[in-house]
Design a protein around this ligand. Structure first.
Ligand code: SAM
Length: 276
């Protein structure tokens, strides 16, 4: 059995993990975007369960050669949870790897509930979500003073229904920076709903497999979002960022001071930089 030393500073040292399930956010796909904690857990875990279709192979290259690696794409919750329970009861450490951050569209709630009922200890390790990876790739800030100060993370209804109170048309009314997950198959419908409130030329970043070797990003006007999705045959692992902030992300605009944050402005004082 391996145990994990929380304050271990040397990444290369093999840490020892306690028998427990670690629900870990793997980030968008680039292994360099794993947290240090996630990396340490992957280096030391006895068993790794991962969503095959969502976590790229490159992340698993960190795992020990002797680790048991189990793909979960073809498994039900009723198969996955007993597997984790059995391994922990056999004094093994288990990493349950989810793409991005486990707090978003990861079906972790029901896993945690069943683990708690079985009295299996578990911990959650956050990861970088796709929307954060997208903003970094695009070199944009999704909140721009005077333009947009709200980010909406949402999805289209599919097999999982979105509650009527969160209907896309009503969210679009805010004209916020809107990050649309899990929506390629319903993109015509999503576009029509978004166009009820966003101008047709609002920029949309269509981000396919961010951080994967085959990553692609297109920036198109909202009215072309669905066409491009269909032309490129995008059916999975695609995030849409619809935002007026994408327009502002040009060096020219920053030079003129448009949309400049007050935080670093010389006329703005705050706790760590009092105005003279
Ligand atoms: C099941 S959800 C998981 C979301 C994940 N927990 C997160 O925080 O990013 C899968 C959806 O997230 C988005 N997504 C996750 N990883 C992505 C990536 N590397 N590139 C683009 N979109 C991604 C896509 O919309 C995909 O359909």
């Amino acid at each position: 059995m391996r145990e994990y030393t929380e304050n271990e500073s040397d990444n290369k040292k093999i840490n020892f993990l306690k028998p427990c399930v670690y629900i870990v956010g793997a980030g968008p796909g680039d292994p360099e975007l794993l947290t240090i904690k996630a990396q340490k857990l992957l280096l030391a875990a006895d068993v790794i369960l991962f969503a095959d279709s969502l976590v790229p192979q490159q992340i698993l290259e960190l795992c020990r050669d002797e680790a048991e690696i189990i793909g979960t794409a073809n498994k039900t919750l009723e198969e996955i949870v007993p597997l984790m329970v059995e391994r922990v009861r056999s004094h093994k450490s288990v990493v349950r790897l989810h793409s991005g951050d486990p707090s978003l569209y990861s079906a972790t709630r029901e896993q945690m509930q069943l683990l708690a009922e079985a009295k299996i200890p578990f911990e959650v390790v956050p990861g970088i979500s796709a929307f954060q990876a997208a903003a970094a790739k695009l070199k944009v800030e999704l909140t721009v003073p005077g333009l947009v100060q709200t980010i909406i993370l949402t999805r289209s209804s599919g097999r999982t229904e979105v509650p009527p109170t969160e209907e896309l048309t009503s969210l679009a009314a805010h004209q916020a920076s809107l990050c649309l997950y899990l929506s390629t198959r319903h993109i015509q419908d999503a576009q029509a709903k978004l166009l009820k409130h966003y101008p047709a030329d609002t920029p949309v970043a269509i981000c396919f497999r961010l951080g994967w070797p085959e990553e692609k990003i297109w920036i198109v006007p909202l009215e072309e979002m669905a066409n491009l999705t269909e032309q490129q045959k995008l059916t999975r692992t695609t995030l849409y960022v619809i935002s007026p902030a994408l327009k502002q992300a040009t060096a020219q605009m920053l030079n003129t001071g448009v949309g400049r944050s007050r935080l670093y402005h010389p006329e703005h004082s705050h706790l760590f930089r009092l105005q003279e």
